[in-house]
Unconditional design. Structure first.
Length: 123
């Protein structure tokens, strides 16, 4: 009865929960999933939010060699971050056939410069 999309949804949901926990974020209810929620300003533009970040997350399955970043995703997560007074970020997870995951977090250069300055001040 369930198709391949159901399995992909479950894997994506599990990956989002794991990724969000690693950065101390909470999942955004209904993010991107419900037909009646399309365009809903309260859910658009991100999958999870922490005290600092608002994150849009994408997952690449093992057979996927690369993922293209769409400018639309970056604009949406930036708008969502502005509404929540957070910094935007893009989370990426690449899975391999053995079940391991490689996680990446992409942030705007402006934010990275601020973080690097803080790290240099602490050194």
């Amino acid at each position: 009865m369930f198709d391949q999309n159901h399995d992909r949804y479950k894997k994506s949901n599990r990956t989002e929960k794991r990724f969000a926990a690693r950065i101390g974020a909470k999942l955004q209810p209904r993010s991107g999933g419900l037909a009646w929620g399309k365009g809903d300003a309260t859910t658009a533009g991100g999958d999870f939010t922490s005290n600092t970040l608002h994150v849009e997350h994408k997952r690449a399955e093992p057979q996927t060699k690369s993922i293209g970043i769409q400018r639309k995703w970056l604009r949406q997560v930036t708008e969502g971050a502005k509404r929540r007074n957070r910094m935007p970020a893009m989370g990426l997870t690449f899975e391999d056939p053995e079940g391991h995951a490689e996680d990446w977090l992409m942030i705007p250069l402006e934010f990275a410069e601020r973080l690097l300055a803080l790290l240099e001040d602490d050194a």
